[in-house]
Design a binder for this molecule. Sequence first.
Ligand SMILES: [Zn+2]
Ligand SMILES: [Zn+2]
Length: 367
Amino acid sequence: METLAAVARAYNQLTIETIELDPPHANEVLVRVCAAGVCHSDLHTLRGELRAQPPLVLGHEGAGIVAAVGANVTRVKPGDRVLVNWLPADGTCPACLRGQPNLCERLPSTTLVGWLTDGTSRLRTLDGVPLKHYLGAATMSQFCVIDQASAIPFPADVPFEVAALIGCAVATGVGAVVNTARVEPGSSAAVIGCGGVGLSAILGCQLAGCHPIFAVDVLESRLDFAKQLGATETLNPLQCDIPGTLKAFSRGGVDYVFDTVGSAITVTQALHGTRPGGAAIIVGMHAAKTEVPLPIGALVFQNRRLLGSFVGSLRPLVDLPRLVELYRAGRLPVDLLVTQRYALADVAQAFADMESGAVARGVIVFE
Ligand SMILES: [Zn+2]
Ligand SMILES: [Zn+2]
């Protein structure tokens, strides 16, 4: 079948074009996409800064309606509303069995480089160029084919745009707080970077009972969003020294600092902004190939912890339905994150707005 999609033909070469999508194979599901979130990872990939290489169809946050299923599909049926989980773990490898399906051994050679779980693709351009599925999802398209492990059903009272965000930004931000850091109620926290993941981490800090919650960003517009979502203090690194200010505010630093940027500067700020015995949690991947010098004394003598969090230490089949239920219960106001909607034709504008801080989270909506 044909589908209109956002295609990265090469680095920095974004086109909106009609492409060919093959029917789902065994264990796969065809989804009519209703909403697709616009995430920094899509832009990093378009620029060639992450593992998946073009040509590929962009998008990995998404939600829609199952249109058809291949053989052996038992998890969903046509007509089901599903959100896309871009960590389709196999459930059988040692990583999965020890409770870390975000580190499933199948992912690095398939999903993370843009293949479906069997290592192949269902996508090609009309002139026959094979296309990969970004993160096994390729949700910036009217239709996508995903592994059934990527299809998480959700109830009809949850908007598609909310479900889409739960699959990546919310899972990553809330997961960092709840799964990776396991913060105690009443802990102090700071969140560096207030894009979609950082704002989700602020929602996670609220859910977990943190106080105070410091939001850190160089863009005042993003700090405004952070306030609306529950940050109690906002700090701009262009106006103050972040570790020094956190120490002054909170007797030697905060209990938990979440770095959702992931640059050499922010990792260092996160580590030095924690109190002795506190934890810095690195969530962002803006400079994933960068190395930073570590202050051994600050780690050892002051018993600090430095933790990595890949997609919020997500256990998709446990956490994604739980996040949906927390939204439905009013405990996780994900709809506040969606501040702008775009047509698929306006993906480039959506990326520009994300970078300028004009949006909390932009979402592509389909007719
Ligand atoms: Zn994402
Ligand atoms: Zn596995």
